[in-house]
Write a protein that binds this ligand. Sequence first.
Ligand code: CMP
Length: 140
Amino acid sequence: MAIERTFSIIKPDATRRNLTGAINKKIEETGLHIVAQKRLHLTTDQAQKFYEVHKERPFYNDLVTFMTSGPVVVQVLEGENAVATYRDVMGATDPANADAGTIRAEYAEGIEANSVHGSDSQDNAEIEVDFFFSDIELVG
Ligand code: CMP
């Protein structure tokens, strides 16, 4: 199986409730390795650019406000089929539809404050990793 990298954000609703360690434990239990992470406060400009694909959606402005409402932890995860593996453990976008045991089923507050983001494809993973980690050399 292919070793891949994917990009993750632990969102403000989760950092506010001190859930970074609990979420990292769930990630590591899948076998994925957290090969880079940093905690930062997104600027409005960064959040708007990161979620530009959703610009025309009715929830876009609220999403940008939410994502800049507190610190986030941005991460690079590495392992077998990292994109799909991380999406499995995140669970569905809406926690009401997330399988038991997933991060969103256990921790998300709602469809917007859903605790984590993960890339939806290998191509987007590369773009999103580059968005936040272009300045450092990643060590697997
Ligand atoms: P994420 O995986 O980061 O990708 C886009 C985000 O938009 C999503 O997680 C949610 O936080 C948010 N989102 C998606 N759908 C909705 C919705 N219907 N209402 C509000 N927020 C949403």
